[in-house]
Design a binder for this molecule. Structure first.
Ligand code: SF4
Length: 674
């Protein structure tokens, strides 16, 4: 039986790992989560590389990676190291190796860690499809091990660590043919290299399982954690380096990184992180620090709590993304759950101001019109007291007059339902907040009101995690007396990710697993917009990646158009709803032969209207084609001033001049009819 990937699925408890020292920086064990980055200068340009590493270190980067694409580059790591020491910068260095075992052996003399990619350390990518017999596969493994063993021996001798850094896009043909382009293939690929390390009694190993697809990254890391636990049950395991590769730039790059990395940290998985942005690498550091800060708060909160370890059915399959099955309910004519896309609702905070102001409907209409290419599908407003019912009805009528004809639902505290309260006319659903102090009378009353009104009902459990099971049972008891069909559930508790998971598992255990779940999120009041976006991306993105959530309902502090914009970006980052052009762009490194950041900006400017089209912008022909995942079109640097264009995996224009490449890309997309 597969071991679990985390200590407790219902709270954040750090995975137990051994310490691997990268020079003077310990990774794993009780060490803090380390923040690292990678240079994008030419490794042969010693001064520029050192300047950039110095800036990275000053920004808080604790480990710096430098590409070593050739023996000359690997040898130049010595000069980089010397100049850094002369400047008093003692940050540990990592050599990044693809395809060049000889360069790895040299680099291991000058750096504290060597990163190898098991997909290309000893294999050339030919995209060949062939069947391997058992013997052929074993022979191939033997050949790869023979290439890798000398590096292991040298690293062991020099006290240098190794990162076995698997990338989803660059699995070897051998692994692809046997396991496919899958998390399993990524894990098997890494374990083949671990076997060699362990045969040599070498244990200074760190793993990464990067992918541009957040689902694949999360699943691969979880699967690896479970597989390692099987190998040495109950013992500290190898530390993990987390990252989402080719995440892109700006908000989308930050959101995608926060979803992938933050989801894993919620599970207690991760010892060092790198946020890969197509920007100056120095800008990666504050983003990484904020993801770490947010996760450390979770870890600290849960450190003092007893493990819950509740015996509940699995909330999802943690190793494959499958959206939780739910029945469709209707809010007016808006379908939620079933086969409908994950819906987006805006909760209007400070309901009194919306109800009382004469022109609030008009202002809201203007705000909603500002969100390009996406729409607010549902509105939610709180009814603070009986008297508010008529105000809400008037607000509904005003919305209709200005053309905002989307469902308006009403949220109430269950206490309010204890008396004789009438719902406002035009209410699409009733959202009832239920806490531990609520009387059963008001819960029963909510059932009856909804039953009489023939509208949908959502129960929102507002309680500590440990109080939620009892609350769910009380509500289900009331529903047994008053059968209802259009029902959804949500939860507001400290720790949104685990609460959503617990709710899904409890409903499943109580035979109510088919009811839709709404993920509620209140954007906090924070001066730091980036921190706010990161926290929201984790709270919403992690459950969505687990397959939980039929609607996201966002409110809190912020203009309506801002909240909706982030909500849709999170849905796209979690691969649940595509409403924009998707960009897969690498962070660039010493192999990059053009200004990737500027080129990406130009291409984005020209293509941002192409909803649903995936465009990859990759810095080099060595790794770019493999790493650009399932992009529809690829723009890949193939030499100084030269670019190769791809349609899917096929080359359509080779080595064209960089100046004309963006226009040729646009023409190509146009010709394809996309
Ligand atoms: S794809 Fe980009 S980051 Fe990766 S090796 Fe090539 S240039 Fe460097």
């Amino acid at each position: 039986m597969k071991k679990n990937f985390c200590v407790d699925p219902w709270m954040s408890r750090r995975r137990s790992t051994r310490v691997v020292n990268i020079g003077h920086i310990g990774v794993g064990g009780d060490h803090p989560i380390r923040v690292q980055s990678m240079t994008n200068t030419d490794t042969m340009d010693t001064r520029s590389t050192v300047d950039q590493i110095e800036r990275l270190a000053a920004a808080g980067c604790e480990i710096a990676r430098v590409t070593a694409p050739s023996i000359r580059d690997a040898e130049n790591l010595r000069n980089i190291r010397t100049m850094l020491r002369d400047r008093g910068v003692d940050i540990p260095l990592v050599a990044d190796i693809h395809f060049t075992p000889n360069a790895a052996l040299i680099a291991a003399e000058h750096v504290e860690k060597v990163r190898i990619n098991p997909g290309n350390y000893a294999d050339k990518k030919k995209f060949e499809v062939r069947e391997y017999s058992q013997q052929e596969y074993a022979d191939e493994l033997g050949r790869v091990a023979d290439r890798f063993r000398p590096l292991v021996a040298r690293c062991k001798q020099n006290g240098v660590a190794i990162r076995i850094g698997t990338n989803h896009g660059s699995l070897s043909d051998r692994v692809m043919n046997r396991y496919g382009d899958s998390p399993t293939g990524m894990v098997e690929s890494a374990l083949e290299f671990l076997d060699v390390c362990e045969e040599e009694a070498y244990f200074d190993v760190i793993f990464s399982m990067k992918a541009s697809n957040t689902h694949v990254a999360i699943q691969a890391y979880r699967l690896l954690a479970a597989r390692l636990e099987e190998r040495t049950e109950g013992e500290p395991s190898y530390p993990f380096h987390l990252g989402v590769t080719e995440a892109g730039d700006s908000e989308d790059g930050r959101i995608k990184s926060a979803i992938g990395i933050g989801s894993l940290l919620e599970d207690g998985i991760g010892d060092t992180i790198r946020v890969s942005l197509t920007e100056d690498p120095v800008r990666e550091i504050p983003v990484a620090e904020k993801i770490v800060q947010r996760s450390l708060e979770r870890w600290a909160r849960d450190a003092g709590r007893d493990l819950l370890l509740m015996d509940l059915p699995a909330f999802v399959n943690p190793y494959a993304h499958v959206r939780r099955k739910s029945r469709r309910i209707e809010l007016a004519d808006l379908g939620v759950g079933g086969g409908d896309p994950v819906r987006v609702e805006l909760e209007l905070s400070d309901s009194a101001s919306w109800i009382e102001s004469n022109d609030s409907a008009g202002l809201l209409a203007k705000s909603l019109a500002k969100v390009e290419g996406v729409e607010c599908e549902s509105l939610l407003i709180r009814m603070e007291g009986e008297a508010a019912a008529s105000g809400i009805a008037s607000f509904r009528a005003a919305l209709d007059r200005v053309g905002v004809q989307i469902p308006l639902s009403v949220r109430v505290d269950a206490v309010l339902l204890g008396g004789d309260v009438a719902l406002p006319s035009g209410c699409a659903r009733l959202v009832v907040d239920v806490g531990p102090a609520q009387s059963q009378i008001s819960i029963d009353k909510a059932c009856r009101i909804v039953s009489d009104s023939a509208i949908a009902l959502e129960w929102c459990f507002r309680a500590e995690l440990t109080e939620i099971p009892a609350l769910v049972d009380r509500v289900l008891e009331a529903m047994a007396e008053n059968p209802l069909s259009d029902v959804a559930f949500s939860v507001e508790s400290d720790g949104a990710v685990h609460a959503a998971r617990l709710l899904a598992a409890l409903l499943e255990a109580r035979g109510m697993g088919e009811y839709p779940i709404v993920l509620r999120h209140g954007f906090p009041d924070s001066e730091d917009a980036e921190l706010r976006m990161i926290g929201s991306s984790i709270d919403l993105g992690a459950p969505l990646c687990d397959g939980i959530g039929d609607m996201i309902s966002v409110g809190g502090v912020g203009r309506p158009e801002e909240l909706l914009d982030v909500a849709y970006r999170i849905l796209q980052g979690a691969r649940l709803r595509t409403t924009r052009t998707e960009y897969i762009s690498c962070p660039s490194c010493g192999r990059t032969l053009f200004d990737l950041e500027e080129t990406t900006a130009r291409i984005k400017f020209a293509t941002s209207h192409l909803k649903g089209v995936k465009i990859a912008i990759m810095g080099c022909i060595v790794n770019g084609p493999g790493e650009m995942a399932d992009a529809d079109f690829g723009y890949v640097g193939s030499g100084p001033g030269r670019v190769t264009l791809y349609a899917g995996k096929d080359v359509v224009a080779r080595n064209i001049a960089e100046d004309e490449a963006p226009e040729r890309l646009l023409a190509l997309i146009g010709e394809s009819g996309r």
